[in-house]
Design a binder for this molecule. Structure first.
Ligand SMILES: [Zn+2]
Length: 506
């Protein structure tokens, strides 16, 4: 199969323009023009709806669409639906998710499914690889989307942009084998295992006797060692990180670590083995996320989990510790940056001992000061996960192009706040937010620069987008329409915003 892009080839562009003369009034996405043997593919937008055009129709029966006579040719005008996304992935390898490996990567969660093209443009030339389809089970449920829809949006985005350098797809915060099944079926390649249900937080209250009893109770056959062997091995290991830091737990610390993380280790191993044994031919890379614990991950805890997984043959591509300080949703880091920097270096040194996996920054949106620190270290590879911040840029565009709808969504999000904030780490204070009814149109975009309002909007995304609440039932459709009508404005905001996310690493 030969894939050539002829965005600048005048002959092909004029062929495309000839076909477009028969399609009615529409906009061409020049980078989407692909020639494969004698077949021609490109994307257009008619009104607010995008289509994939396939020519000639008779050679391409895998695609479904309306037949349109275009001079002496018959073209297919295909909706951007799941079956056409599947046909596109069968035809063009670059429309499928690939493994990203231990390279710098950026997760561009896209809860609306329309930010991909701008994400790709912003990542070009930065050295980061894009993870385009990145969605947790929680987000899928809250937005009422499927894993397929998210993947299809990614495939159409790389096609529209003519992006052939490979993108990853991250099934985020997967808790059960059934979660893995959903993501494998939809073609995801990165699997973020979330063992938070197995973390035992209250270990410091346990007596020595209780600690021993809890450790005795661990599934030692899965840990492939006895308790005595493990204690002996780790207490006598005298590990020194390349930074000079010595891993020297007391027996009590080791027992606490095993109570807290013992089942995290065995659950992660089970999930990893489930993927490799159930889907031996499916490309997969693993992230382990322990970011949603109550306390920051200590260096010893990181060491313990990583060394045990390594010993048990589980290969990680990335690991997300819970770092020090506060990684609240939608706003910059709060905490001691010097402490973050020194701990980050130590965490990285641990990662290097066990395969050199990437450190992954969850709740990575808008952590500009943290990016700068990581960029300045210029050590190891990093993965940054963002999601809500693209939704907020969509709302910023809306505040400019459709003030009336923005005002409704802002008021609604304020009303939802006390319910919607429940599962999030945030500190917004409703009393600090002005009533949208009394704010002029010109001042509405200021909400997106206010940390309180940002978090209120951030946590309400599910209520706004899912369509399950009567008051909000038309919000998503109206929001999507406004964004399609103002595509360039929206993309401009996204590009400017991700420039701020990516340039501190340069
Ligand atoms: Zn996370």
């Amino acid at each position: 199969m030969s894939i050539e892009k002829h965005g600048t080839d005048q002959q092909v562009v004029s062929d495309v323009e000839n076909i477009m003369d028969h399609l009615g009034d529409s906009k061409l996405y020049v980078n989407s023009i692909h020639e494969d043997n004698d077949d021609l593919f490109f994307m257009i937008k008619e009104g607010i709806t995008k289509y994939l055009i396939v020519v000639p129709a008779e050679n391409n029966t895998a695609f479904n669409g309306e037949e349109v006579k275009a001079g002496d040719k018959l073209a297919l005008k295909c909706p951007l639906d799941h079956s056409n996304a599947e046909a596109l992935r069968d035809r063009f390898e670059f429309a499928k998710a690939v493994l990203i490996g231990k390279n710098d990567s950026y997760g561009f969660g896209d809860r609306l499914g329309n930010a991909g093209p701008a994400h790709l443009r912003s990542v070009k030339g930065t050295g980061f690889k894009p993870i385009l389809a990145q969605q947790s089970i929680r987000e899928l449920e809250r937005t009422n989307r499927t894993a397929d829809e998210v993947m299809d949006a990614a495939s159409f985005s790389v096609f529209q942009e003519g992006y052939h350098d490979g993108f990853g797809a991250d099934g985020d915060h997967l808790k059960t084998p059934a979660d893995i099944d959903r993501m494998v079926k939809a073609g995801y390649t990165m699997f973020t295992i979330d063992p938070s249900a197995y973390v035992v937080n209250e270990v410091t209250d346990l007596t020595e006797e209780e600690l021993h009893a809890r450790v005795d109770d661990l599934p030692w056959d899965e840990l492939k060692e006895t308790k005595g062997e493990l204690l002996n091995r780790i207490l006598n290991s005298n590990v020194q990180l390349r930074t000079g830091y010595k891993i020297k737990p007391t027996e009590a610390e080791l027992l606490q670590g095993m109570v807290k993380y013992g089942r995290v280790i065995t659950h992660t191993k089970m999930m990893a083995e489930y993927i490799s044994s159930t889907y031996p031919d499916h490309p997969s890379e693993l992230e382990l996320s322990v970011d949603e614990t109550e306390e920051p991950t200590t260096l010893f805890e990181h060491f313990l989990v990583a060394s045990e997984l390594y010993r048990l043959g589980v290969e990680l591509t990335s690991l997300a510790p819970r770092f020090c300080g506060d990684f609240e949703k939608g706003i910059d880091f709060k905490g001691d940056l010097d402490q973050f920097k020194s701990e980050y270096e130590q965490h990285l040194a641990i990662a290097d001992m066990f395969g050199g996996y990437k450190l992954s920054i969850h709740s990575g949106s808008d952590k500009f000061t943290v990016y700068k620190v990581i960029g300045s270290l210029n050590l190891g590879a990093v993965h940054v996960k963002t999601a809500g911040t693209s939704y907020l840029e969509a709302l910023r565009a809306l505040s400019v192009c459709n003030p009336e709808l923005f005002r409704k969504i802002m008021s609604f999000s304020i009303k939802r706040f006390n319910d919607d904030k429940k599962t999030y780490h945030i500190s917004a204070d409703l009393s600090k937010i002005e009533d949208p009814a009394s704010v002029s149109d010109e001042k509405l975009p200021d909400y997106l620069d206010d940390n309180h309002a940002r978090q209120v909007l951030h946590v309400a995304f599910g209520s706004v987008l899912s369509g399950s609440l009567p008051e909000a039932k038309d919000f998503k459709k109206e929001l999507m329409t406004s964004l399609e009508e103002n595509e360039e404005l929206y993309e401009g905001f996204l590009l400017r915003h991700f420039e701020k996310h990516l340039s501190p690493f340069a």
